[in-house]
Design a binder for this molecule. Sequence first.
Ligand SMILES: *Cc1c(COP(=O)(O)O)cnc(C)c1O
Length: 343
Amino acid sequence: MSVKPQDLNWETLGFGYINTGKSFRAYYKDGKWDGGQVVEANTITISEASPAVHLGQQCFEGLKAYRTKDGSVNLFRVDENAKRLARSADQVMLPPYPEDAFVEAVKEIVRANEEWIPPYGTGATLYIRPFLIGVGDIVGVSPASEALFGIYVTPVGAYFKGGLQPAPFMVSEYDRAAPRGTGSAKVGGNYASSFKAGKEAQVHNFADSIFLDPATHTKIEEVGAANFFAITEDDVFVTPKSPSILPSITKYSLLHLAEHVLGLETFEGDVFIDQLDHYKEAGAMGTAAVITPIGSITQGDKKHVFYSETEVGPLTRALYDELTGIQFGEKEGPEGWIQKVEF
Ligand SMILES: *Cc1c(COP(=O)(O)O)cnc(C)c1O
């Protein structure tokens, strides 16, 4: 461990890996999980024949710990991450990690890394990355009988340093997942297969690529590794629905806040790429990006600008303020959304 928490500048911190020195590990063998423990290592040793290495038999989660004004530490809907990891595990035939043990492991590793939780007011957070991988000696194409559940944490800076900024996106020619494939599971193969699309977008000076539905290529599905929303001219919050979209916890939270706090109508359904002029605002949603306002979407030689390429729309900003207000403990959220880490 080279960097120490006191060496970091929380205001300028980016989204890179910093080794905090403490991680969580649990093993599954002979049909059961061990109790798991905090280890002082950021490496793992597994068989070179592990299916996670060759066959992509793995899945993961991403969430954050938020330091609040009174110094306490919030987790946002961690029980939903526990459930989603179990669903992803099922999709690739990994043994699920028990949901209550998942929540306890997250709390334990956050406690063990207390000094790495960024202070309130900097916008920085402690990113938490649970993962579940198939391990053991497997030569053929078949699932592992052993598994490793791990968690690493790393402090990350505010996504937007100078406040919310709209970004330009381009429609990709590639698909990220098959119509009846693994798109709704947080499994590694979906991401390796999206790298080329992301690179192509960057080369053309876009923030990221937009994926259309893999069956008809007429509807928006995902924005890079985030979900999509748009606001219609008459104030309806719209987000795509499809079996190949990853069900974002941020998305379901914003659907709730849009309806119950902002009083908007909401709709989960088709968002056709040739009907973008029905929408006055748009954004990408996920734990890492929080809400990224979408300034424009380009497809081939057609470019659609939403609210503005430089200014954030008022409803996008209101949604952002509600969500981050709850996460950082400035606003009361719905029952059960926040769990405190007790020290
Ligand atoms: C993780 C992820 C999201 C965001 O999910 P959250 O639960 O909101 O963090 C959206 N799309 C993809 C493809 C993802 O992997």
